[in-house]
Design a binder for this molecule. Structure first.
Ligand SMILES: [Zn+2]
Length: 142
């Protein structure tokens, strides 16, 4: 277990990193940005089709903004350019996602959106409750 101790606590520092507020921002950005892959993978496995949930775009947006802040502090042109414009498609996808889920019916069983006129879910086949019947119930997030 000595190798593990050396990995976690190296050179009298956590992971051997010289920690500062900026390093915390940068690493938080890294972890948030990286976590989006697991969120998307989980959603895809659960629905048995390729699904990109809104959480994927939120994690992309927050993670890339933190990495941009870190890049600006570093004054690193490569870092800055890599994350300078990525927020545009992330926000656009969130807007489209919001409009889509607003107009469509979200299946209570599997969480997949179906067209407004559909009576049954195209993914799991369960009966879709019309919008007016459960208008007062909280929306199912996914
Ligand atoms: Zn369904």
């Amino acid at each position: 277990m000595d190798w593990l101790t050396n990995l976690i606590w190296y050179n009298d520092k956590l992971f051997g990193i010289e920690w500062s507020v900026w390093k915390v921002i940068g690493w938080a950005g890294n972890l948030i940005f990286f976590s989006r892959f697991f969120v998307q993978w989980y959603a895809t496995e659960r629905n048995k089709q390729v699904v990109v949930p809104a959480a994927f775009w939120w994690l992309s947006l927050v993670g890339s903004l933190l990495l941009l802040i870190y890049g600006l502090w570093r004054r690193d042109s490569v870092f800055i350019f890599a994350y300078l414009f990525t927020w545009i498609p992330y926000i656009r996808n969130l807007v489209i996602h919001h409009r889509h889920t607003k107009r469509h019916q979200i299946c209570i069983q599997c969480g997949v959106a179906s067209p407004p006129a559909a009576n049954f879910c195209s993914t799991c086949g369960s009966h879709l409750v019309p919008e007016t019947a459960h208008a007062n119930q909280p929306k199912i997030e996914r």
